[in-house]
Each structure stands twice: as structure tokens, then as C-alpha cells.
Design a protein around this ligand. Sequence first.
Ligand code: ADE
Length: 243
Amino acid sequence: MNYYILTLFPEMILQGLHTSIIGRAVDKGLISIEAINIRDYSKDKHNHVDDAPYGGGAGMVMQPGPVCDSYEDLCQKMGKRPRVLYMTPQGKVFNQSVAKELAMEEELVFLCGHYEGIDERALELIVTDYLSIGDYVLTGGELPAMVMIDCISRLVPGVLNNDVSAEIESFHDNLLEYPQYTRPEIYEGRQVPEVLLSGHHKNIELWRRQQSIKRTLDRRPDLLKGANLSKKDEIYLESLIKE
Ligand code: ADE
């Protein structure tokens, strides 16, 4: 997976994404991250990329020229026109299934706005997807782009050490993940659930499934409608609701 981020703050992206699992994936060549400075495409002698909004109002608007030119230059170099994801609170809310769909692409371009946004004509010309990370307003698109890149990258084969864990974790099947424990066996008087020490794999699997269902009912009951529950799961869920 190759990511290209069109931004006024490339150092923010590069610093944020070169640590831990994502940093290692870059080092292993499983993903690449290129931050492109929109300011490099300014034709203004002071390198300006923004101006006051027509019609008046507060703040500054990013001009269409540098935004479009940065993308067109990239397309020219690549010989193709990859999808452009514009980070905006007005977009579709990003979630695990959007991440899964985006992970199938070979290249993704993230467009990060700042100030009061980007001139609408640039968006009409190059943007393919409008995406938000939630119903709140941030100062720019860099953090949303980093959130999405982190989430998509862990779905790229080889990025996580074990490919099963990308599947089993929270939101797979619309159920939250079961609780996890490690040594010591007793901490502050609290014992690790007995079944996990038993070595009985079938019982452990059943316990984990039931914990996932219980946790989802407690914390995110809205997810249960989309969960893929077996007859046995349904019976367990019914018993929890009756309690
Ligand atoms: N830019 C500002 N706020 C945002 C949000 N919530 N999601 C995506 N991009 C944004």
C-alpha cells in the first residue's frame, strides 16, 4: 500500500507515522508514506496558498491552484489517478468496513485541509471520497488522515505479526473483543478467570465468545443488530437480557 498525503504540515504526518508497528511496516517495505507539501505548489512570491473567502466571513480558504497542481504532479509521476480522500467532518464516518474496502487499493491520496477549508472547485475536480473520523471538528485533516492510515495499514498482509489478530479484534463480526489477561495470575487480589488457566481450548473459546457478546451488550448494544450470532449465541444473549 502506498499512501500520499497532500498537506501544509508534512512533518506532522512523518513524525506521527514512523513509530511502532506502522514505522516497522514502512521499514519492511509493506507500506510507503509520502507527505507532499501543498505549499511547494504555490505560484505566489510569498508562497501563500490561502486567501479571504469571496462573499466575506471569517478565516482563510485554501486556493484551488496549489491543491490541484500537487495532485496533478503526483498523477503525472505515477501514470495513474488514484482515489483522493478528503478529510472533512462533512464526510461519511470512517469505520472498520470502510477501512477494509480502502485496504484493497494499491494507492491512496489523503487531502488535508486547514483554515476554513479548501476552495470548492478543487474538491469538485479531484476528490473521490469525503471522509470524517467522527462528529466533532478538528483544526485540520492531518490527524484524521493519520487515524485512517493506521487503521488501514493493520489490514495490509504482513503488517501485524499474526494475520489472525486483525480479524479477531474488536468490531470483527460487529462484536467487541473479549477481555485479555497475562501474568501475574493474581494482581491486587484479582484472579485471572479460572477457565483461561485450564488449557481446555473448547471451554476457553466458548468463554471468550460469551464475554464478547456480554461486553457488546453492556457497552455497544447498537452493534448487536449487525452481529452474526449462532443459535447458541442467541440463547446466551437472551439469558443475559433476562438477568
Ligand atoms: N477535519 C476537521 N474535522 C474533521 C473530522 N472530524 N474528520 C475528518 N476531517 C476533519
